[in-house]
Structures are given as structure tokens and as C-alpha cells.
Design a protein around this ligand. Sequence first.
Ligand code: FMN
Length: 198
Amino acid sequence: MTNTPLKLAVIIGSVRDGRFGPVVARWFVDQADRHGGFEVDLIDLADAELPIGLPAVSPMIEPNPPRPEGMLDLTARLTAADAFVIVTPDYNRSYPAALKSAIDWHFTQWDAKAIGFVGYSGASGGLLAIEHLRQIFNELNAHTVREYVSFPRYYLLFDAEGELREPEEPAAAAEAMLDRLHWWARALTAARSVPASA
Ligand SMILES: Cc1cc2nc3c(=O)[nH]c(=O)nc-3n(C[C@H](O)[C@H](O)[C@H](O)COP(=O)(O)O)c2cc1C
């Protein structure tokens, strides 16, 4: 689609045994590869050590505290990304706790970056998680894009091989979201080189 590839980290937000998240994430990574505007890194939070206990000092004071050894790879990959797409289910009308932990252990890694969402779940299709995540990323000075992909009752939409029965509409939604994300990611990558006002 365009010039220099920006780095897009696609994050699998669920970590439980038997989760469906990786199927959705793999589908989305295919869409992102096809889009062509990004170099894609698929991050699985199940591979990271994510303690619920947070550092003693606030991120406003110490934005990069010592982190557990098992989190360092995650931190490096979040740092390298220009944009994120978070793949999330709804858990009790919100997003998984592992995702909150990954978010709260980081700070500068989200700052002035663009974020998109792919949601899936029962009736609510991940939208309740997505709307909560928008509030959180606002606090972290990230920009969440309005376009999204949602799979309500995903189990009716994907077949046993993990393929979408009717792929056209979700593919179009993914493309629209990736176009917008690319625009913001390019703009914000340029903006990050300008010192922030106090
Ligand atoms: C703890 C828990 C809470 C859930 N809450 C909701 C919910 O509020 N709304 C919904 O539509 N689905 C809900 N579900 C269904 C999940 O979205 C569905 O099981 C999905 O597969 C979870 O993603 P995962 O398989 O990647 O973990 C819930 C599932 C779990 C395990």
C-alpha cells in the first residue's frame, strides 16, 4: 500500500488454556500482511511474565522501572512498535486481566502511538472490552482509532479449521481499520520526534 513500513505489534490479549484468541489474531495478521503498510510482530501475552503486583514507584516518576526477566522481551517489542492492534475478548463486560497487567507495567511504550482493536466474544463481540480500553489508552496519551473489527458469537462465524465462513465483511472492516491506523501511526511517528510541551 505505501512507502516505509511502520512497525505494528498485534497483541493477543487472552492467556487462558483453550483460548480462541490466537485464531482471531492469526486471521488479523494475514489481513495486516496483505495490507502491506506494516511490518507485523505478533505478541502473545501468554509468553510473558505479568505479575499483578506493580512496581513500587508510579510510572510518572519512574517510567521504566526494573521489570521481571520474563517481561523483558515483551517490553522491547512494545518499545519498538509504532502502532498496536489489540485482539481482545469480553470477560465480564471488559477485557482480560493479563492485558491490564501488560498495560500497567508499561508507560512510554504506549505514549503517542496509534492503537486499533479486534474484538470477539458472545453477543457483545468484544466491544465492551474495546470501549474500556479506549479510556485507558487515553490516560496513556495513545490514540485509539474509531474503526474496529468485531466478531459477536465468533463460534458461528469461524469454522472448525479456524477459517471465516464469510470473510468479505470482516476483511473490509480490517482494511478500513488498518488504513486509518497507518495514517495515525505515520503522523504520530513524525510527532514523537517533536519535544512535547510541558
Ligand atoms: C471469565 C469470562 C467472562 C466472560 N464474559 C463475557 C461477556 O461479558 N460477554 C460475552 O459476550 N462473552 C463473555 N465471555 C465469553 C468469551 O468472550 C469467550 O469465551 C471467548 O472465547 C473468550 O476468549 P478466549 O477464548 O480467547 O479466552 C466470557 C468468558 C469468560 C471466560
